[in-house]
Design a binder for this molecule. Structure first.
Ligand code: HEM
Length: 150
């Protein structure tokens, strides 16, 4: 086990580079999907346009969001294991933020199902406010991981 730990220690910059790359993919998906929902909101349920948005949203979830969240979590936890970050304040804060961001993705998935069922549960203004969550979360996470204020 400790040999594996040593080996991964050598791989640390590579694991970190891969982590950041998949973070970019994950964030791209988290930015685009709720924007698609804003456009989708304006369509009539059952119309050709409605069906086209359902298809596009499905692709963002299956091709980008689902693989990216899994890979980011695996690589992030690997980095924490290599650096033994578990008890550090910035890491606990970051973990809380990424758990929240993962929950946000769960909410996006359930909102997409309701849109596909012809429902439009939120008004446009609230949906636009919800769109800001990933950007704000990303900024806080980057400060936690780079500035490490605590
Ligand atoms: C999903 C769970 C995640 C875990 C468990 C995790 C964990 C980690 C760990 C332990 C490091 C190494 C930090 C160091 O050694 O200083 C790291 C690096 C980094 N993480 Fe994450 N991370 C996750 C998600 C994210 C997300 C969502 C973002 C951005 C939105 C992000 C951005 C970064 C950045 C920019 C670095 C490089 C920091 C540096 O230059 O040292 N991570 N991550």
């Amino acid at each position: 086990m400790s040999d594996l730990h040593d080996l991964l220690g050598l791989a640390y910059p590579w694991v970190k580079a891969a982590h950041v790359t998949f973070v970019i993919f994950w964030m791209a998906g988290l930015f685009i999907l709720p924007r698609f929902y804003v456009y989708h909101h304006e369509t009539t349920p059952g119309s050709a346009e409605d069906r086209a948005w359902i298809e596009r949203e499905d692709r963002v979830r299956t091709i980008i969001l689902t693989p990216a969240i899994i890979i980011v979590w695996i690589l992030g936890l690997t980095l924490a294991w290599i650096t033994d970050a578990w008890a550090q304040g910035w890491f606990i804060g970051k973990l809380a933020m990424v758990v929240g961001l993962s929950g946000y993705q769960g909410w996006l998935a359930s909102y997409g199902k309701r849109l596909a069922a012809g429902k439009r549960p939120l008004d446009n203004r609230t949906l636009r406010i919800m769109n800001e969550i990933p950007g704000v979360a990303a900024a806080v996470i980057v400060v936690l991981v780079i500035v490490k204020p605590f």
